[in-house]
Write a protein of this length. Structure first.
Ligand code: FES
Length: 158
């Protein structure tokens, strides 16, 4: 009878794979794969990866302050959430969450009226304070930290 030599140089005779052994191995593998497919998403749901809200710990360079003249605004994503940055005549550069506090539409800048407008239900917000001027929004737009350093505008950060 032929004998095999394993990687340690020892002779061993091969064990025949039985149908029962193969089925047990296949069922065990399928069981582990099924359990993993159920348990891993549950763990991911219960302990999601940490995400930061708008204005969280990550700081984003908006661009040179000279590119945002008084009376202009821009909406940009900060930590996956839209933020509106406005250069106001009264209060300088301000930043707010661009998610309307009514039903969550993204607000925009109303250039000629100089206020922040929610196009969904005509909600209007003060560009200096974020307070509701009119419309259905129940509360002001949350302020986001904004700073100007060496002529550049940054939003977010702790
Ligand atoms: S979602 Fe903004 S006013 Fe309704």
């Amino acid at each position: 009878m032929a004998q095999n030599v394993n990687m340690f140089g020892k002779r061993s005779s091969p064990e025949p794979v039985t149908r029962r052994g193969f089925l047990q191995w296949a069922l065990g593998t399928a069981f582990v794969a099924t359990i993993s497919g159920v348990v891993i998403p549950i763990i991911g749901y219960l302990w999601p990866p940490a995400r930061r809200g708008a204005g969280g710990a990550s700081r984003l360079l908006v661009g040179p302050a000279k590119d945002l003249p008084v009376g202009q605004a821009k909406v940009l994503p900060v930590n996956d959430k839209p933020v509106i940055v406005v250069n106001t005549a009264q209060g300088g550069i301000k930043a707010f969450s661009a998610i309307c506090t009514h039903l969550g539409c993204v607000v925009e800048w109303h250039q000629s009226k100089q206020y922040i407008l929610c196009p969904c239900h005509d909600g209007r917000f003060n560009a200096v304070t974020g307070a509701v001027i009119s419309g259905p929004p129940p509360s002001a737009l949350p302020a986001v930290r904004v700073s100007v350093e060496n002529g550049d505008i940054y939003v977010g950060g702790a």
